[in-house]
Design a protein around this ligand. Structure first.
Ligand code: PLP
Length: 414
């Protein structure tokens, strides 16, 4: 098939291979084509070097040490927090809580809201059909603890949310709207600005799951107007095990602490404990110090390229891939045409797992299955899809490999 190779790569090919060392390898005798970026991204050399430098030069536990290493590690960790705050345009770095990832951030919020007494029997928590299990199960658990009920915004056949139904579901009983910005399964981009606005007017608290938004476009939490936003470092070129929960300082200041332990206290006696200020109130125990430092290096990397440029580059690749794949008979895409990050599809008569396995034989890494969105798959009457998901280092040649390998696999499976 003809892929428009006039589309430039975002970064020169030799830079891709020198920055993302893992991509410079063959799988089954073919160049590795990595299109599983919605699951996790590869890490550029500056991120690897930052974490290596941490262990080679400054490894120490942070915050309470008086010695040189402890002070240096603390400074680097807190500089990382400021770096994240700048990336998100947060009002203050105290609003940046380091977590283990998006899942950690959402569980934190669901638990403290349940503990706070702000949610009770008869109240409603609103999520959408597009949610990842990480933005479903914590709210089901929150409902079990509080007696609230879970309501779900339905979606249309094109994988966009039904906005009329959303407006009807919103009401005085809605205490929380927990919504993904971008669907990891279908690539649908929700109109979050408008939905946040309506939910806030209805008096609800709003949490945005930005796991699939943060890698693809700029985020301005002050402009967005939500109360909480969570994302994972590993989907944004940073190490695994580090993530961010951003929350409005006034709100987090009022809400109860979550896990108990070191760091989150001011004073402890057997009779009474007083809690630390933000952000430490929500960071019990030794944090993922090198993860935070690696995340800051990843943000430097993407901001040097520019989030808008990354967004535009990936969109061109996705559209080109959809064009090429659409020529395969029996092709069915999920999600709207203006999707972001992920391209999900099925081909008549072919199981997603079989196609994914054959693509792997040809060096093309895609993900198959339910993508942790079983209720969404049930809504469409399917067990899973094939998902190709894109990152800044993907090239037109990767798209060509995806399309050609899929054509070949289909001819073998039919
Ligand atoms: N939300 C969305 C939309 C996701 O895509 C994912 C991961 O794929 C998550 C939440 C959970 O992220 P993590 O496993 O990094 O906590």
């Amino acid at each position: 098939m003809d892929i428009d190779t006039a589309i430039p790569s975002l970064i020169p090919e030799d830079t891709i291979f020198s920055d993302f060392l893992i991509l410079d390898q063959s799988v089954k005798g073919r160049r590795l084509v990595y299109l599983d970026n919605a699951a996790t991204t590869q890490k550029p050399l500056p991120v690897l070097l930052a974490t290596r430098h941490y262990y080679e030069a400054i490894n120490s536990n942070i915050h309470r040490g008086t010695h040189h290493l402890a002070r240096t590690a603390t400074e680097e960790h807190e500089k990382a927090r400021i770096r994240v705050a700048r990336h998100l345009n947060a009002a203050t770095a105290d609003e940046v809580i380091f977590t283990s990832g998006t899942t950690g951030g959402i569980n934190l919020v669901a638990d403290i809201l349940a503990l706070s007494g702000r949610i009770g029997p008869g109240d409603e928590i609103l999520i959408s059909t597009l949610e990842h299990h990480s933005n479903i199960v914590p709210w089901q658990m929150c409902c079990q603890k509080t007696g609230a009920s879970l309501k779900v915004i339905p979606c249309h056949d094109d994988g966009t949310l039904d906005q009329d139904a959303f407006e009807k579901l919103l009401g005085p009983k809605t205490k929380v709207l927990a919504l993904t910005w971008v669907s990891n399964a279908f690539g649908t981009v929700n109109p979050v600005a408008q939905m946040v606005h309506l939910a806030k007017e209805a008096g609800a608290l709003v949490l945005i799951d930005a796991a699939q938004a943060a890698p693809h476009f700029p985020i301005d939490v002050q402009a967005l107007g939500a109360d909480f936003l969570a994302f994972s470092g590993h989907k944004l070129y940073a190490p695994t095990g580090i993530g961010v929960l951003w929350g409005r300082a006034d709100l987090l200041g009022e809400l109860p602490p979550w896990q108990g332990g070191g760091e989150m206290i001011k004073e402890v006696s057997f009779e009474k404990t007083t809690y630390n200020d933000l952000p430490f109130k929500y960071e019990a125990g030794t944090p993922h110090i090198e993860g935070a430092i690696g995340l800051a290096a990843a943000l430097d990397y993407v901001d040097d390229i520019g989030m808008d440029a990354i967004h535009e580059h990936e969109n061109v690749l996705i559209r080109t891939a959809a064009d090429g794949l659409s020529r395969i008979p029996g092709m069915r895409f999920f999600g709207p045409d203006d999707r972001s990050g992920s391209l999900s599809f099925l081909i008549d008569g072919i199981h997603h797992y079989d196609l994914g396995t054959l693509l792997d034989q040809m060096g093309v890494a895609v993900r198959t299955g339910h993508h942790c969105c079983q209720p969404l798959m049930a809504r469409f009457g399917i067990t899973g899809t094939v998902r190709a998901s894109f990152a800044l280092y993907n090239t037109p040649a990767d798209v060509e490999a995806l399309v050609e390998s899929t054509e070949k696999a289909v001819s073998m499976l039919r």
